[in-house]
Design a protein around this ligand. Sequence first.
Ligand code: FMN
Length: 318
Amino acid sequence: MIRTKLTTKFGIDHPILLAPMDKVSGGTLAAAVTAAGGLGLIGGGYGDAEWLEEQFSAANNQPVGVGFITWALAEKPHLMDLCLERKPRAMIFAFGDATEFVMKCRDAGVPSIWQVHRVEQARQALSAGTDVIVVQGQEAGGHGMDRGLATLLPAVRDAAGPDQIIVAAGGIGDGRGLAGSLMLGADGIMMGTRFWAATEANGLNSAKARLVEAKGDDTLRTKVFDVARGLDWPWHFSGRVLQNDYSRRWHGDIDALKANESERTRYNEAEAEDYATRVVIGGEVVDLIHAIKPAGEIISDTVAQAEELLSNAQNYLT
Ligand SMILES: Cc1cc2nc3c(=O)[nH]c(=O)nc-3n(C[C@H](O)[C@H](O)[C@H](O)COP(=O)(O)O)c2cc1C
């Protein structure tokens, strides 16, 4: 068994969190991750009260947490109360200043998690007194910034000191990523793309199949799909996705896409499985995804491989 400050904090068997992927991480997936010994986090994303209620019910009383895109939650603060009433195991915030939400969590006795992409943001999360900091590298699927995990993670550990609970995210898909993250200073990992290709994830099987087929080289950080979908993301965030014809056409021509209403309409009216147009969000870790598997199997495989690597680590020493 791998024991860390993260497993102790949440009383979980394995130091593995499910990323709160907007709509993909529904109650069923979150519950499956918790049932397998990790901590499932529902992906509240941009905030939809009815959907959230459904997902808490789908979690079927398994202890799960819930996460939001911070700047979107700031526009719908009542959703925070809706979630706190459900007594989530934790709340996670990403993309913006989450100080006020961390304070609300503290008042409600709910652990708070803040996902950061820069050392400066980690300092902000530390001053807010957040319980757990997730350090996300640019390899990650979905939105993020431009720092690689291999330097950002130890830098945040240095800034935070030994007692802060820190979780690594971005490009982790197996036990090598878990073992390596522990060595770089993390107390656990949060996986997104790997769990997107889980049986219990919300989404079309054809989209999951694309994650299995894709290579990390095929991914790209871009703003194309935010512009196409009319999402008002702060400019310093981009999203890592599987490239397709639409991103190849518009990635280098964002201003022209903004001005081209018919191309944006074409995007939003495209069939769900028109993958030449529609985005499939995914990170560089698709290189390591070879099958759609139940979440429980993803967790047990990851932990078994990390345990083997860590127990053999002494072989490096003479
Ligand atoms: C499909 C998808 C949707 C995501 N949606 C969100 C989101 O709504 N909120 C959030 O904080 N992070 C979101 N993320 C980013 C994850 O929180 C996490 O940082 C990332 O998945 C970790 O990298 P990995 O994909 O390589 O595991 C999303 C990631 C993916 C793949």
